[in-house]
Write a protein that binds this ligand. Structure first.
Ligand SMILES: Nc1ncnc2c1ncn2[C@@H]1O[C@H](COP(=O)(O)OP(=O)(O)OP(=O)(O)O)[C@@H](O)[C@H]1O
Ligand SMILES: [Mg+2]
Length: 502
């Protein structure tokens, strides 16, 4: 019987995957439809029944029924939401604010939180893993982008619990990629992690020395494969307008039908010089009757021209990170390629040109690097693999309190070391005050409280007395995986109480 209790999951914007590492080797788990990568897509029918992964994606492609098929769920998880605002994206289901969260609207106006939809994806991956393990897994290492803030981390963790895992460990994607490339076994290296996926770009750098892996706060942006696909769509729509005099933008179904074909063509252009984009019945001619087709050939050269600004943007962000940390491309020994989009020749060439002499590592499949690392970390949790590494990632956000003037008082600044404890003291402003409001914020130093992300609002009751007599120390600490703990301590009684726990 295998000793594995914990599995590793990469919960991606576009694709997700699960893996584990037993006494012998690493296993990438296939779903019942035979794929390791599962589309991060959840469909819900009128009876409230969920369908996940390939089957859900096929609903979108085959039935052209975008209404209750939810994708890009990760983009919404834990994001701030203001009542009355609409967060709907083009041609997707409606997204509205419910209790400070962004919810997707399903059949019968039922709303679904990104947390519960993510839980459906995790449940399906867990079922595949449990089938292969021949027993239920109880723990999971779930990866998140290093730039995920505390609310987004907590909601992801909650999704893991909802999916039936008893123990949920959150790790960041660049850290797990570093493990997959074996950096925990390297004597010394200075590395970058270039991760270009379907929806997000993350660039990180750090050093690894005999098992101590240190990663600086990365830079990330919503930029990925779908933006490349959209650039091609705009080009084709313009060409169609010119050649056929028809406006594809006016018919949402055109985009739905064409986008998957464009994505396939993009993959083809990774290996071939040109690709054929063809879709039938793309335009419904309400006046003339009947439907019209579309077919075009796209060359690699054209694709590169259409998407050059996106490739340039990744290099710009890379430059920005290096400048922030006083580094030059020559300060790197190796660059780890992660995410399906690093296969695109123009992306790869831009990385090679920028980093010059650094070794470009493509020896781990970029689709699986993150989940493989998560599987290694999971096996270490189960003591199947020796614990050969320590991580430290400097704190990626500033944390602090809302002061009485509505300003953000920073306790723990960006770049603080994990495990470092920072303290601010709060007190009463008036005689006889019975409680002290404690508002925990995350944001940029120098901001107003209203421009920060509010993590917790806490009322601490005190014995009414003269102003400024009760003194409460509020202690902030961020652990290795970016999770914040805030503890209060009454300086008179020396009693501690939790304000926020990971
Ligand atoms: N051979 C290929 N050529 C070109 N593009 C590819 C290839 N293989 C995958 N892609 C693209 O990679 C993207 C998916 O990447 P990946 O699976 O790494 O994303 P993800 O991890 O789900 O997203 P994110 O990292 O944004 O959360 C898609 O846009 C897909 O079209
Ligand atoms: Mg990814």
């Amino acid at each position: 019987m295998s000793k594995n209790k914990t599995v590793g999951i990469d919960l991606g914007t576009t694709n997700s995957a699960v893996a584990y590492h037993d006494e012998r080797s690493l296993h990438l788990v296939e779903s019942t439809s035979g794929h390791v990568l599962m589309p991060s897509v959840v469909a819900v029918d009128k009876g409230g029944k969920f369908t996940v992964g390939h089957h859900a994606l096929r609903k979108l492609k085959r039935d052209f029924d975008p209404e209750f098929v939810f994708s890009n769920i990760k983009k919404q998880i834990g994001m701030p939401a203001q009542e009355g605002e609409d967060y709907t994206t083009a041609y997707g289901p409606q997204i509205v604010a419910v209790n400070g969260e962004r919810h997707f609207i399903g059949p019968n106006k039922q709303t679904y939180s990104p947390t519960e939809l993510s839980a459906e994806i995790l449940k399906s991956l867990k079922a595949s893993a449990d089938r292969k393990l021949k027993k239920p897994s109880s723990g999971v290492v779930i990866t998140v982008p290093a730039a995920f803030d505390n609310n987004r981390i907590l909601d992801t963790k909650e999704a893991g619990l909802m999916a039936g895992f008893k123990r949920v460990i959150i790790k960041t994607e660049p850290e797990m990629a570093a493990l997959a490339f074996g950096l925990h076994k390297t004597p010394f290296t200075r590395f970058g992690v270039f991760d270009l996926g379907g929806g997000t770009f993350d660039i990180a750098h750090g050093t690894a020395a005999k098992g101590d892996i240190n990663i600086e706060p990365p830079i990330g942006e919503e930029l990925g494969g779908t933006d490349f696909d959209k650039a091609v769509w705009r080009y084709l729509a313009a060409a169609y307008q010119q050649d056929e005099g028809k406006d594809l933008d006016s018919q949402p179904i055109a985009k739905l039908k064409l986008m998957p074909t464009i994505e396939e063509a993009k993959r083809e252009l990774t290996d071939l010089d040109n690709a054929f984009v063809r879709a039938q019945g793309i335009y419904i001619d309400y006046e003339g009757g009947g439907t019209r087709d579309l077919q075009y050939t796209i060359t690699r050269e054209k694709f590169d021209e259409l998407t050059k600004h996106l490739v340039d943007k990744t290099i710009e962000l890379t430059k920005r990170l290096l400048e922030r940390d006083d580094k030059t491309p020559r300060d790197f020994d190796e660059i780890l390629l992660v995410g399906g989009m690093t296969r695109v020749p123009a992306v790869r060439k831009a990385i090679e040109d920028f980093f010059g002499k650094a070794r470009i590592r493509d020896d781990v499949n970029p689709d699986y690097a993150v989940v493989m690392g998560a599987a290694i970390a999971a096996a270490q949790e189960d003591d199947i693999l020796p614990r050969t590494f320590n991580f430290s990632q400097s704190v990626a956000f500033s944390f602090g309190l809302e002061d009485e003037h509505g300003n953000f008082a920073v306790a723990l600044p960006v770049g603080a070391a994990p495990g470092e404890i920072a303290e601010l003291v709060v007190t009463t402003a008036q005689d006889g005050q019975a409680s002290i409001p404690i508002g925990i914020l995350q944001g940029d130093a120098g901001s107003k409280a209203k421009d920060c992300v509010r993590l917790t609002r806490y009322e601490h009751r005190v014995q009414p007395g003269p102003a400024e007599k009760p003194r409460i120390s509020v202690e902030f600490m961020v652990d290795n995986s970016g999770q914040l703990t805030v503890t209060g301590r009454d300086q008179q009684t020396n009693q501690s109480f939790p304000i926020r726990e990971p």
